[in-house]
Design a protein around this ligand. Sequence first.
Ligand SMILES: C[S@@+](CC[C@H](N)C(=O)[O-])C[C@H]1O[C@@H](n2cnc3c(N)ncnc32)[C@H](O)[C@@H]1O
Length: 259
Amino acid sequence: MTGFDAVGVAYAAHSGGARGRLRHDLVAARLLAELPERPSRILDVGCGDGEMTLRLAAAGHDVTAVDPSTRMLAAATARLAMRPELADRVRLLKAGLDSLPFHGDVFDAVCCHGVLMYLDGPGAAVARLSGLVAPSGLLSVLAKNRRAIGMREALRGDSGTARSLIESGTDTSVGNLDLPTRGDTAQALDRLAAESGLTPLPWQGVRVFHDHLDDDWAPDPEGYEAALRLEWTASWKSPYRDVAHLVHTLARRPEGSRR
Ligand SMILES: C[S@@+](CC[C@H](N)C(=O)[O-])C[C@H]1O[C@@H](n2cnc3c(N)ncnc32)[C@H](O)[C@@H]1O
């Protein structure tokens, strides 16, 4: 299904700006806090240009990263080439959720960030990804927050679009890359993980206060740090996290349990 071969440049512009960085910094901070200090085997599904893959490898983990888009994979390969010290810890493969080439393999963590929003629904994906999580391992999902649909449009001053999104109760709106994207609730994602035998951990809302800013938002380093600290604090707490643009859900497979 992916239109990503055509939107790689827009993705890089979004991902590389302060707004995009906020998201990566918040998600990476949580993930690294949940992972053991020893090197872990991590699978990053829909790795895009490899931002999280490279961060996890830089922290000492062994990362297998997959993406179905030739263009995104080429971007990840180019970024990896700039970090030769990470080459031994990163494996990049062309594959999507429907064609994952792992038969019987399991991982200490399986990440799927910013991908479910491009699928028709989350159920099959969460079940498939959960099946790849080892005992004591982690499933990390970053999804568009269904509960916040209309917030960005409203805060940007587009009252008409916001009102019709909210009135209709739709789960889909146009995302950062000008593609329609579908939202999920953290509660539904937790329920799906639990149905696959995983135990949900506390979830966070990602980008509560800075989501509606433009991609050219460019705070100075001090301003960025203050924004990051504010977002981290609010990310755990309702009602703030309930209206964040994204939800980061995590779930762990109990030690000694079978898949
Ligand atoms: C918004 S990007 C997110 C990239 C990265 N995970 C991140 O968080 O920055 C979405 C990625 O999902 C990939 N994708 C789209 N459909 C997919 C599928 N069915 N299975 C796996 N990846 C998919 C796209 O090619 C794209 O690279």
